[in-house]
Design a protein around this ligand. Structure first.
Ligand code: CU
Length: 188
């Protein structure tokens, strides 16, 4: 549970950032002997961010499918790079898989899977506008229903005669008023 909260806090903290460049492996770069699962853990990659692979001539970067990532196969790689400074734009949500094409390196742990989160920018404005209008009618009606049953209980003890007289007086007043209105309406 606390891990989930930590994740949410991280997402909330990182989400507003735009176009971040992540140097894979940080100061270690793209190399043998680095645990890239650990490196990627705790980072939130968003659409618009970039992965920067920095490596020596003995390594390559191959983007592969999930199955080829597991099998450490680069024979069907989606893209392959060997320029030693490869910047890969994360243009869409989803998981992307990278391995080193040098024999033995991927199986030795030189592989990286990165999950790109869906864009969160349009969600910021809509929640504010609908909350003001629909909330008012929904919350106002229930309190009236709860308060009305408590009021009739009080007048019964003070006197049924005066209460009834007052009530009939109001009724008479109301009917007189209604008659006057009808009269005005007829005259008009
Ligand atoms: Cu390598």
């Amino acid at each position: 549970m606390s891990a989930l909260i930590a994740c949410l806090v991280l997402i909330a903290a990182v989400a507003p950032a735009y176009g971040k460049d992540y140097t894979v492996g940080d100061s270690s770069g793209w190399s043998s002997g680095v645990d890239y699962t650990t490196w990627a853990k705790g980072k939130t990659f968003n659409v618009g961010d970039n992965l920067v692979f920095q490596y020596s001539a003995m390594h390559t970067v191959a983007e592969v499918s999930s199955a080829d990532y597991s099998a450490c196969s680069t024979s069907n790689s989606i893209q392959s790079y060997s320029d030693q400074n490869t910047k890969i734009a994360l243009t869409a949500p989803g998981t992307r898989y990278f391995v080193c094409g040098t024999p033995g390196h991927c199986s030795g742990g030189m592989k990286l899977a990165v999950t790109v989160a869906a864009a969160t920018t349009p969600a910021a404005s809509p929640p504010e506008a609908p909350s003001t209008t629909p909330a008012a009618p929904g919350t106002e009606t229930p309190p009236d229903q709860t308060t009305t049953p408590s009021t009739p209980a009080a007048p019964t003890t003070t006197g049924s005669t005066s209460g009834a007289a007052g009530g009939s007086g109001i009724v008479m007043g109301l009917s007189a008023g209604a008659a006057a209105l009808v009269g005005v309406a007829l005259m008009g």
